[in-house]
Design a protein around this ligand. Sequence first.
Ligand code: ADP
Ligand code: MG
Length: 319
Amino acid sequence: MNGEFDLIARYFARPAPAGVTGVGDDCALFGVAPGCQVATSTDLLIEGRHFFSNVDPRSLGHKALAVNLSDLAAMGAKPLGCLLGLSLPSVDHGWLQPFAEGFHALARRWGCPLIGGDTTRSTTGIAISVTVFGQVEADKALLRSAALPGDDIWISGTLGAADVALRMLQGSLPTDEPLLKAVRTALELPEPPMELAQGLAGLAHAALDISDGLAQDLGHILEASGCGALLRYADLPCDPALQGLDPDLVRQAVLAGGDVYQLCFTAPIERRAAIEALAGEARVRVTRVGEIQAGAGLKVVDAQGVRIPLEAVGFDHFS
Ligand code: ADP
Ligand code: MG
């Protein structure tokens, strides 16, 4: 292997779909369906900050794309393609091969081909920058600002597992091997609900992907929409692997745990049946967990209707 071009050819250049110019020219070229807008987003992953140096490279390839696909999902957009910027301290084939496989496998699954990028040598650790492009019908994108009082609040998937895995791997929670085994996939191989998300475009009002914790992320919708919300803690879809753990720890993981890459969305109550049907087709769990209200602020209540203070879940940077 000599140099950057062989590396790109071997690991990243893949045949582009018909009508797309992919890796190999100065720019990639792709079209957008009439009446659609391009949705684009980028995420930077830095070794030591966003991933552990010893993380499985195949999982890392998957996750680098998954966190970006999750942003497309949050807008209700359909993937079109992606770019990969890679900065590597050395050419390590034992790392590159599985990284590329993990990346391309997820890209193929959701029709998001790698169509370009940039590759450089780094003087420190690994840096991975992925940019995605998608399309969404011009008036159907799921904006954070579109929630209305009376909307149901919905969550896709489950909450809490990724946070528990992260704490065990960081050492802030004692490692329990069977539990770690049960929660690790949520952290390392997130599966954003792409099919559900595209169906929600035009059906739901507001949406975002949960990356920094439900309470904080829902707060972004409330702020952008100028609304408040009531969240019923007992209805939140806690990951079953967390059963039996200390309730305070679970509360923290469910309300404030990040790295979820599932959707929190709002929709009018007359759409309940349509949303359930859509989720059934996409084979994704969806749960109604509260409602958007007039006013401001997030109120979380327990099964008895008693308010749970968000400070109690270590919510230091809330408000
Ligand atoms: P330029 O000189 O225009 O920056 P490069 O020599 O960096 O072009 O890249 C050559 C081709 O390979 C371009 O089409 C670029 O998009 C693609 N490419 C470079 N790095 C990557 C990568 N990590 N993944 C996918 N495509 C890449
Ligand atoms: Mg370049």
